[in-house]
Design a protein around this ligand. Sequence first.
Ligand code: LAG
Ligand code: CA
Length: 462
Amino acid sequence: TKSASAAKSGDAIANLFQWNWASVAQECTTVLGPNGYGGVQVAPPQDSIKVNWDNHPWWEVYQPAGYDLNSRMGSEAQFRSMVQTCRDAGVKVYVDAVINHMSGSDFTAEGATSYSGNKYSSMTYPGLYTKDDFHQAADCPTASGNVEDYDNVKQAHFCQLGKLEDLKTESTYVRGAITKYLNKLTSYGVSGFRVDAAKHIPLADMKAIIDGLDKTADGTAPYVALEVFGGKGELSQAAYSELGSVLGLDASVDLKKAFNGNISTLKSFGDNLVASDRSLTFVMNHDTDRNEDSLQLKNTAKHRLATQFVLAGDYGRAQVYSSFSWKSYDDAPPSGSNGMITDTDCATAAWDCLDRDPGVLGMVAFRNSVGDAAVKNWSDDGANLISFSRGAKGWTALNNNSSAKSQSFSTGLAEGSYCDLITGGLKDGACAGTTVKVGADGRASVNAPAQGAVAITQDSLL
Ligand code: LAG
Ligand code: CA
């Protein structure tokens, strides 16, 4: 439902998945801050397992081995300095919080050492958790000990998610340890959390943890986006959205369908989804990129155009996914043999830095300029060419065809010559790229590029 618009100036978040801390800091200063992103989401920063493989798979970071912040993205000092650098650049930092579980029973057996140098073994993390802090076989109704039916409340909450040792989040001690970890992050300047596997944490436990969170450096409650897939009743997005925002996983499914089919159907985008002000909306994340529930990173043109659509629209808080390229499931970002992720190099094929694509930056500027103005003047040709305004503040057309389309559109904007933000906007009193002339009747003749967009706003008026 779109009624309560979440879209606001400065709300766009770049999801720099598994960029190391030095690279995140640099991106905040040189790209995200200057171009008007309001936030950055970073990969799980807590200590994690380090497998005895030649290559360290990306998913190590989803197996916590402790709550100190020495990880394959950098040291605790580097993390802390990144948060401060980003804040100084006007970019808030959101952390992926892995709090439902610790590491997998198939890796604790290795008796391995973590990135921080912590030694741990099955359900035993010295100084943090012991066996009593975990759900045991008796707590879980399945023979495998794993969640098998994701719609079964007991299984979802008390069984292991793919062998990951499941924390007793109902216990006062465990809740306290988690809250302490999250509040340490807040004390370093973190502004909120993407809560991993939130659907597997009972609602009451999730509420208790959220209730225990300290205010952020901005003086507000932390922003919380809970990962809740599908689900019915107590396990539904509707139930968890009482506690905060939820990840826009259904939105990403709808976007895939539209961009692989006909984007004219996006006229009703968001209507049957969780309320706009409760949705962290994105085209993909690291999971959906791999399981193909969404478009994928390798669908370069569609990913870019769909991201521009999310930024241009008024449904949800917009997030832009920017990460490393991968060929097989276990592939990690470029890393040293010690597993430490090396600096992001957007000039190489190893990384796909959509967050700094000029066309995406143009649409971030569009979003910031139109604020919470409602979608108006929708038009579509029924065949992958759509356009709409945001009140009388901005207008955009998106063309999901492999050829350019020229047409006259009703823009809802005042008469004038505007600079297209996608091709560079207004620079030193002139248009860096395309000029769009809006007539006295509000109409403009526009050539919408193949699999591309045009966007103008009140602030790009010549
Ligand atoms: C999430 N959301 O609920 C993350 O977004 C998702 O990426 C995480 O799975 C999952 N929950 C647990 O935090 C990822 C990988 C899994 C990986 C897991 C733990 O998608 O493939 O499982 O992280 O590292 C891996 C192995 C499994 C193994 C398991 C336990 O792939 O074969 O059984 O670890 O050791
Ligand atoms: Ca659980």
